[in-house]
Design a protein around this ligand. Structure first.
Ligand code: SF4
Length: 290
């Protein structure tokens, strides 16, 4: 009798837990994009990138030297497995403010993501790929969408030549080209942020990034959005808590819901200086005019 009662209570507890998860999922659905920063560094130092001015020890030390470290392999696998167990079927990227293809483990992680039925998308400056034909072949089709940053062209002919080069290397992966010289987002920490004229109306825009993105830095700390590489919102650490606990924490949901409303940016110091929703800047044109 005692045992039967215990079993019923346990079962009720499990049902309650399932009901709670389903309710949370309805009110605040699981992220659309998961980014896992498998390593910290980048071989470039671009003026439009938020890591440009960092001296906090996250991307660069006080002297401006790069921080070079990796997320432990078992942590990367664990995060991917957790996402899969939660029923996530969306997009995964293996970088944050870093060049993920510098990491020799990339292909093994990519294969694991594919084996879990998840979609691998990636951004790269292309430099590693240019020196490694074998890697291009290995990744062709393994990565669903690859966004290649074209950073060096000076005119239309050079841009088209670069695009043709990349199209000759990838046949199954869909290629997208990111063109910061003509289409630059204004991001805190970048050199560009301090130089261009910003539109104050952008500060009144709602922001839905925190509703859509689960971003894990190489040390496990959670960023609220692409502009929060410093993890300023203290949302927890994925090496200490589960993805489920982090995403559906009261704190995260409250911040995300506040920012999803117009004017929400003014409630948080970092967001009150964030112009990433404003129209993009054409740096080539701006510099020609000046
Ligand atoms: S408004 Fe805040 S949450 Fe949105 S991108 Fe900017 S810093 Fe991130």
């Amino acid at each position: 009798m005692k045992n039967t009662l215990r079993k019923i209570l346990i079962r009720l507890g499990v049902y309650k837990l399932i009901a709670l998860i389903l309710k949370k999922n309805r009110d605040f659905p699981i992220w659309e994009n998961l980014e896992i920063d498998i390593q910290s560094s980048c071989n470039r130092d671009c003026e439009f990138c938020p890591r440009f001015s960092d001296r906090t020890g996250v991307r660069k030390d006080k002297q401006g030297n790069q921080i070079i470290t990796k997320m432990p392999t078992e942590k990367v696998y664990n995060l991917i497995a957790q996402a899969s167990k939660l029923g996530f079927k969306g997009k995964i990227k293996l970088h944050r403010l870093s060049e993920s293809l510098l990491d020799k483990r990339y292909v093994e992680f990519a294969k694991y993501i594919k084996s879990k039925g998840l979609r691998l998308l990636e951004n790269s400056n292309g430099d590693v790929l240019k020196k490694n034909e074998v890697l291009c072949t290995q990744l062709d089709g393994l990565i669903e969408h690859l966004t290649i940053g074209l950073y060096d062209y000076k005119n239309e002919d050079e841009k088209q030549a670069e695009i043709a080069y990349w199209r000759s290397k990838f046949h199954k992966t869909q290629l997208i080209f990111s063109l910061p010289p003509e289409n630059c987002t204004i991001r805190q920490g970048s050199k560009v942020y301090t130089e261009v004229i910003k539109n104050p109306k952008a500060l009144d825009l709602p922001c839905t990034q925190p509703n859509r993105m689960m971003l894990i830095r190489y040390d496990g700390n959670v960023s609220l959005c692409c502009e929060d590489d410093g993890c300023h919102f203290d949302l927890g650490n994925a090496f200490e808590q589960t993805l489920q606990e982090l995403w559906w924490s009261h704190k995260h949901i409250k911040i995300a819901k506040t920012l999803a409303k117009p004017g929400g940016r003014h409630k948080f110091a970092r967001c009150s200086r964030c112009y990433n929703g404003q129209e993009r800047i054409n740096l080539l044109k701006t510099r020609r005019e000046n």
